[in-house]
Design a protein around this ligand. Structure first.
Ligand code: SF4
Length: 381
C-alpha cells in the first residue's frame, strides 16, 4: 500500500468510526467538536467523514481560514491602495475576489488598479526590483504557517537594499482565537487542531485549552484516517475524563514545533491586538513588526502621503456606508451557524459571485458546503 492509500484505508477508517459510535454511547449529551482549520473542513466534506459519525456528534467549522477572518476594513484598505497611481499590490490569489465595501481587488484590477498575484511573498521582491519608482505593498495575510515567509521576504529585501517594498500587515495567531472560542456560549467539547499551524508552533501554545479550560485538543493531518483518528482520540479523552493536548500528526508536527521559525517570528514581531471577522478584536492575536524592521510596515510610516490618503479614504467609506451586512460569515467562523442557515447560500452567493469571504477562499466553510453539500443547503432553505 502506498503512503497516501495507507491514510485512506477504508477498513481502518470504518474500525475507528465504529469505535467512535461505541464511545459516544457513554456520553449523556450531544458532543460538539470544532475543526479549527479550513483545510480540515474541506477534507471532512471531501471524504464524507460526517456521514460516518453518530448523529449526536456534531462537527462545526472554526476560524482557521486566513482570508475569511480578515476584516472588511482590510479589504477596503487594499482596494484604496490599488487605486493609488504610485502603488502596486502583491497578493495571494485568494484575496482577489473577497468583497469589501468598494468591490473586490479583482474589480479594482479590471478598472486599472495594479494588483499582481504572487505564489509566495518572496515573488514581491522581483516586482519591487522591476518597478523601482513604485511603492510595492504585499498583502501580508495568514497565520503562523505563512509568517516565516513574510519574514524571509523582508530579510531578503534588506539584504538586496530594496526600499520600495512594504507590507500591509494582517498576520494573525491561532491560539488567542481559540481562547475566545472556549467561552461557554460556543459549547465546544473538543478541538481538532490544525496540522500546518502546529508544525510551526508545536503543542505548547494549546496547553491552556486542557489545563485552564478543561477542553481536549488533538493535532492532526488532512487524510481521512488522520481526521477520524483525532475524533476518536478526543472521544476517548472525554469518556475517560482525561483532558490533554495530543499530537497524532507526528510525521509532520514535532511537539516543540519548528524552533527556527518560532525564533524568527519572535525576533521580527511582537504580539498586538487584532481585529477578526466574526470574533472582533482579540488580545495579542496579531503581530507588529518591531525595530529595526518596523519601517517595512506600511502603516508605521504615519506621515507618508500614501498612509494619509488611505486614512482619509477609510474614514470616507465609514461615513458613506450605512448598509447592514447580510453575510453571516462571522457566525459561521465561530461555529454558531452553518452556511445552510444563510438565505444567500447557493442562491445569490455563489463561488463565482461571492457575497462574503467564506464563499471565496479555497479554505472557506461556505465554499466547502457549496462544493460538497449544496443540494442539502438549498433543500433546507
Ligand atoms: S453563503 Fe455567502 S453571504 Fe452567506 S455566509 Fe456564506 S459567504 Fe456570507
Amino acid at each position: 500500500m502506498n503512503v497516501v492509500n495507507q491514510y485512506r484505508d477504508p477498513v481502518l477508517i470504518k474500525k475507528l468510526a465504529d469505535k467512535i459510535h461505541h464511545l459516544v454511547r457513554f456520553m449523556d449529551r450531544p458532543i460538539r467538536l470544532m475543526e479549527v482549520c479550513g483545510t480540515h473542513t474541506h477534507s471532512i466534506f471531501h471524504f464524507g467523514i460526517r456521514d460516518l459519525l453518530p448523529k449526536n456528534l456534531e462537527l462545526v467549522s472554526g476560524p482557521g481560514c486566513p482570508v475569511c477572518v480578515t476584516p472588511t476594513n482590510y479589504v477596503d484598505q487594499a482596494i484604496l491602495l490599488a487605486r493609488e497611481p504610485g502603488v502596486i499590490l502583491t497578493t495571494f490569489g485568494d484575496l482577489m475576489r473577497v468583497p469589501g465595501r468598494l468591490g473586490s481587488l479583482l474589480q479594482t484590477k479590471a478598472e486599472g488598479g495594479r494588483v499582481e498575484i504572487v505564489y509566495s511573498p518572496v515573488d514581491s521582491l522581483q516586482v519591487a526590483e522591476e518597478n523601482c519608482s513604485k511603492l510595492i505593498v504585499f498583502l501580508a495575510v495568514g497565520f503562523e504557517t505563512t509568517i516565516p515567509l513574510s519574514i524571509i521576504t523582508l530579510k531578503e529585501a534588506q539584504r538586496r537594499g530594496i526600499n520600495n517594498l512594504k507590507i500591509l500587515n494582517a498576520h494573525k495567531l491561532i491560539p488567542p482565537a481559540l481562547r475566545v472560542l472556549t467561552a461557554e456560549n460556543f459549547k465546544i467539547d473538543g478541538f481538532i487542531l490544525p496540522g500546518h499551524v502546529s508544525a510551526i508552533i508545536g503543542l505548547n501554545p494549546y496547553r491552556f485549552l486542557a489545563e485552564e479550560k478543561g477542553i481536549p485538543g488533538v493535532v492532526t493531518g488532512f487524510e481521512p484516517l488522520d481526521i477520524i483518528h483525532s475524533i476518536y482520540r478526543i472521544m476517548l479523552q472525554l469518556v475517560e475524563g482525561r483532558i490533554e493536548i495530543e499530537n497524532t500528526y507526528h510525521r509532520v508536527v514535532k511537539d516543540e514545533g519548528n524552533i527556527h521559525a518560532l525564533e524568527l517570528i519572535h525576533r521580527y514581531f511582537t504580539p498586538v491586538n487584532s481585529e477578526w471577522r466574526g470574533l472582533g478584536e482579540i488580545a495579542d492575536s496579531g503581530l507588529k513588526l518591531q525595530e529595526p524592521w518596523e519601517n517595512f510596515d506600511l502603516l508605521s510610516n504615519k506621515n507618508s502621503s500614501t498612509v494619509q490618503s488611505l486614512k482619509h479614504g477609510i474614514q470616507q467609506i465609514l461615513v458613506d456606508s450605512s448598509e447592514e451586512e447580510s453575510c453571516i460569515c462571522g457566525l459561521i467562523l465561530t461555529g454558531q451557524r452553518t452556511p445552510v442557515d444563510c438565505p444567500a447560500f447557493a442562491r445569490s452567493c455563489l463561488p463565482e459571485s461571492p457575497l462574503g469571504a467564506c464563499m471565496v477562499s479555497s479554505e472557506g466553510t461556505c465554499a466547502a458546503y457549496y462544493r460538497y453539500d449544496r443540494r442539502k443547503g438549498i433543500a433546507n432553505v
